[in-house]
Design a protein around this ligand. Sequence first.
Ligand SMILES: Nc1nc2c(ncn2[C@@H]2O[C@H](COP(=O)(O)OP(=O)(O)OP(=O)(O)O)[C@@H](O)[C@H]2O)c(=O)[nH]1
Ligand SMILES: [Mg+2]
Length: 361
Amino acid sequence: MVNETFVASDPKSAYEQAVEKYGESVELISAKQIKYEDGKLRSEVCIAVPKDLFMERSFGEISTEHNDSDKEEDELLEELGELKKQLSLMQEEMLDSEDESVVQKVKKLFMKKGIAKSWLDNALMSLMGNNILDDATLLVSYLLEEIDESLEVQKETLDEPKIMMLVGPTGVGKTTTIAKLAARYAYLMDKPYKVALLNLDSYKVGAFEQLAHYADIMQLEHITVDSVEGFSKGLEDLADYDVILVDTAGMSPYDTQKFIKTVEFVQTDIPRKLEVNLVFSATVKYEDMDDIYNNFSFLNIDSVMISKFDETKHFGTLLNFMLLYKLPMSYFSTGQEVPDDLMIASKEYLLEQFIGDLDGA
Ligand SMILES: Nc1nc2c(ncn2[C@@H]2O[C@H](COP(=O)(O)OP(=O)(O)OP(=O)(O)O)[C@@H](O)[C@H]2O)c(=O)[nH]1
Ligand SMILES: [Mg+2]
């Protein structure tokens, strides 16, 4: 990579010059406002680009130009030799981590923890020319605040009767979370709500028994259905319940058949609100996130419940997912214990976990 500095009266224009020359993929290294000798304040924006691109955009025309004059050719060769020297000096500087700018160091840290470069560049754009860019502590706090502002939390509301359907990949904790929610709504809130459980999982052997076991302990109504007609009928029968918690079969994001079937259930004509909650493990792999979102988003997800908080200390990937897709979070599951290991989603809690991970870097 090669660093190049663009100068303009304001940081945005300097950055735009860089983008005009190299395109959107330029990597922002630093942005400063400097008082020049003539007393004027100017903005210097330093970016990094691959060496080949730098050579092509800076000297492309020169190197392909045919010139018959020996003198001019000599001058050009001399100029190129000088530039080569400068380039290798710059590369040496880049390799020396002592010379890494504050922005670069902070960006590297956040990227190492799972936050996407595109999100970071976007967040840093508005800081062009600001002194925060020169202070690592301030910059980290600024980015944490930006993350905090970008995250969304769905308020817990049970004012109107509702149906909560939990969907998600296999084994993420849907059934366990349903049991915890059922206990919370039926017994642990300031007022008891009438809760029923409905099982749509006709794929997994023992799925009904697993839900029935929790329903029996809590003495809650529970039914199982395996067709869209059965679903409508079941919901009709449960019309006077405040909350109906619907458990579904775990789906691999590539299991088209199960998706089609679940979409049919979601689209059933129901006289009350059906809320679709994606259950998502905090241990999810970065590579799988997009596939999960792209496939499950067909179900019109209202909120995300994050499970298995206790199984990881690395939350950057998950945070990145939430920043990218801007889905509201509703509950966090923090262990296997029913009903204790459940909490209302909290940005502070998620950020605390992330900061713990950053500190350990
Ligand atoms: N450590 C930990 N384990 C959890 C958590 N939530 C659920 N589990 C465990 O994960 C396993 C799977 O939980 P289930 O609730 O059956 O998961 P599911 O999504 O219903 O699974 P399928 O119906 O097979 O797709 C069980 O052993 C649960 O005890 C959690 O927050 N933390
Ligand atoms: Mg289950």
